[in-house]
Every structure is written in structure tokens, then in C-alpha cells.
Design a protein around this ligand. Structure first.
Ligand code: KG4
Ligand code: ZN
Length: 338
């Protein structure tokens, strides 16, 4: 008889309070996400204290709702998983403490999950992963190329040396006077504009898979100031399109090279910036005739959610890699040590 595994997963690393029930690692029985974006918008970014307060207010309701929507009770749950890090420490702590108390009171295994492992495993909710694979992780806090030779094994072969790509989007958006988070707004404007400015591309050393976006960000901000000083008008659609073209060029070119060098079977896209329509389209174009299979999660699984945490936790559950009750929120958690 096949034993059904159901994981209750919790994610509170930044500004989304989320709980999900994942069955056998791949089936989403529920995935409830409560976003706090409206509360942070007027500050132009996430305010850590406000994030923690929202998580405290929401977490119990969100967990209850996730169980209800999944049509299960705690008796049907096999383990409790939670994002352990990286993220905002106060925000992480709310999820970690909720998970600990639920696991303890129901005598269930507790599983700490790395947030980026979660973003990568969002792909397993749409299709089985095939190894070796390469993950392009692009979020508000991370820009990484991760090589995986098997389930649960993560090797970072390239990463940003300064700003994460989402961070660059948000900072450029702020300069353009767009609301937070700016990524989706730039994406939309870019589709309406033309690539009229040749912004720099940081290729770094020829064999490097690392990224750098702070020079590009400064170039965009300087260009805008120069236009203003000369009293000239510039179409912000064209600025957005030119900025986005530079970002996508570097991301896609380095990913293509890494996929070839590491002879991977799959390329999976992960993280909030995976929602970017320009990036998705260019990857689809570049990988359409290739041996490498491209996986791109649907939009609601690209941004922070607990379903992806449950999917990553399932691998640890199978290996009985449980956490102790001294589990803590860890803002600097290392992906390779997972
Ligand atoms: O993964 P995520 O939800 O949170 C982190 O773990 O960081 O990513 C959020 C980031 C934000 O910087 C947001 O501006 C960016 O993802 N983002 C986008 C798009 N949608 C979200 N960036 C570019 N284009 C988009 N369509
Ligand atoms: Zn994230």
C-alpha cells in the first residue's frame, strides 16, 4: 500500500505570509498567500518591523485556511516544514516558531528549508526534475546559477557580486517614480518601449558565471539625471526597455554558457523575477531548439509562497533530514550546506 505523505509548509521570510499542504512532494492541496505589499508600498520598500507584525497577526489564520482548503486535519499531516532562511530575521522567526509549536504539539517531524531551495523546487510542482540540472535563481535578494547533480544537492557556480537583479529593478523603478515593488511595472513599460539607449553589460572575466548589476543601475540613474539637467524629455518606456534588454542579455548569455559547460538536462527558472515576461520569452526563444529542457513555473509559484517550501521539504522528509527544536531563523543560511 502506498503511504501518502502530506507536508504542512510555512513561509514568512519577507512580506508574504503563506501556508500550504503538499501531497507526495508534487501535488498542491492548498497554497494560501497573504501579501503585505499594500502596507509597505508607501515606504518604498519592505519595513522589517511591519513585516513581522503582519506575520504575527496572520499566521494562525493562514495555517487554518491552508488545512481547510486542503480538506485535511492535522491528523492527515506527516511533517511540518518552514523557511529557516535567508530572509528578514524577525519575519523568519514568526514562521519558525509557529512551525515548531505545531510540530511539537502534534508530535510531527520539523523540517527547516532554505528559501532558495524552495524557489527551485517550485518547478517540481509542475514537472518532475531531471538531473543534472541548472537553476537560474533571480529574486529580490538573490541572483545565482545553481548546479544540481541530484535531489537536495546545490552548488552555486555563479552569483551576484553586488545587487540582486530584483533589487536593481526595484531601485531603477524608484528613480523612475514607479510604485514598489517596481519589477512588474518596469516589465510592463519595457514591453511598450524601444531599446534606444545602449546601457552597459557587466560580463566580468570571460569564464565567470558571476553577475554584477550595480553599474547598470547607476548608469540608468545617471542617464535620467543628465536628461533632466539638459531639460530634455525622455520616454520612461524606452529607459525601461533599454534597462531590461541589458539585464536579460547578461542573464540569458551566462545561463546558456553554463548549461553547455555543465551538460545539464534541464534549465529551471526560479524566484520573483522569473515572473518577468521579457526574460521568460528570451529563455523560451534561446532554449527552444536545445537538448536542454526549460521549466518555467506559473507566475503564482514564482513569487514567495509556501507550496514551494513544501516541495523542497519533501526531499528532506524522504531522507529523514529533520530539524531539532533549537531551529532558529537564520538570515545567512548557506544553500550549499543544505
Ligand atoms: O522571490 P521574490 O518574491 O522575493 C524574494 O525572495 O526576494 O522576488 C521579489 C522580486 C522583487 O524585486 C520584484 O520587483 C521582482 O521580484 N519581480 C519582478 C517581476 N515580478 C516580480 N522583476 C521583474 N519583472 C517582473 N515581472
Ligand atoms: Zn523569494
Amino acid at each position: 500500500m502506498k503511504v501518502t505523505e502530506r507536508i504542512l509548509a510555512i513561509e514568512t521570510s519577507c512580506d508574504e505570509t503563506s501556508a500550504a499542504v503538499i501531497q507526495n512532494g508534487t501535488e498542491i492541496l492548498s497554497n494560501v498567500v497573504s501579501s503585505q505589499i499594500e502596507s509597505h508600498k508607501r515606504f518604498g520598500g519592505v519595513v522589517p518591523e511591519i513585516a513581522s507584525r503582519h506575520h504575527v497577526e496572520q499566521i494562525t489564520f493562514i495555517v487554518e485556511q491552508a488545512l481547510q482548503e486542503a480538506k485535511v486535519t492535522m491528523d492527515d499531516i506527516s511533517a511540518v516544514a518552514v523557511t529557516e532562511g535567508p530572509g528578514l530575521v524577525g519575519a523568519l522567526l514568526i514562521g519558525v516558531n509557529a512551525a515548531k509549536s505545531i510540530a511539537f504539539s502534534h508530535n510531527l517531524p520539523l523540517i527547516g528549508v532554505h528559501h532558495i531551495a524552495g524557489h527551485i523546487y517550485a518547478n517540481r510542482l509542475i514537472q518532475e526534475l531531471t538531473f543534472p540540472l541548472l537553476a537560474l535563481v533571480v529574486s529580490g535578494g538573490h541572483t545565482e546559477l545553481v548546479y544540481m547533480k541530484e535531489h537536495g544537492s546545490f552548488e552555486i557556480i555563479g552569483e551576484t557580486r553586488d545587487d540582486a537583479v530584483g533589487e536593481a529593478y526595484d531601485k531603477v523603478a524608484r528613480t523612475l517614480g514607479l510604485p514598489y515593488p517596481g519589477g512588474p511595472h518596469i516589465d510592463k513599460l519595457a514591453a511598450e518601449g524601444e531599446v534606444s539607449i545602449d546601457f552597459p553589460r557587466a560580463w566580468l572575466e570571460p569564464d565567470s558565471f558571476d553577475f554584477s548589476f550595480s553599474g547598470l543601475k547607476s548608469a540608468v540613474i545617471n542617464t535620467l539625471h543628465n536628461y533632466k539637467q539638459r531639460g530634455e524629455d525622455v520616454l520612461i518606456e524606452n529607459i525601461a526597455a533599454s534597462f531590461q534588454a541589458s539585464v536579460i542579455d547578461v542573464l540569458v548569455e551566462k545561463t546558456k554558457r553554463a548549461a553547455e559547460q555543465y551538460q545539464v538536462k534541464q534549465l529551471v527558472l526560479a524566484g520573483g523575477v522569473a515572473a518577468n515576461r521579457g526574460l521568460r520569452a528570451e529563455l523560451e526563444k534561446q532554449f527552444s531548439n536545445r537538448e536542454v529542457e526549460l521549466l518555467i513555473p506559473p507566475l503564482h509559484l514564482c513569487t514567495d509562497n509556501a507550496a514551494m517550501i513544501g516541495a523542497a521539504a519533501s526531499i528532506k522528509y524522504q531522507k529523514q533530514q529533520y530539524s531539532d527544536y533549537d531551529l532558529n531563523g537564520n538570515p545567512g543560511l548557506d544553500l550549499e550546506q543544505q
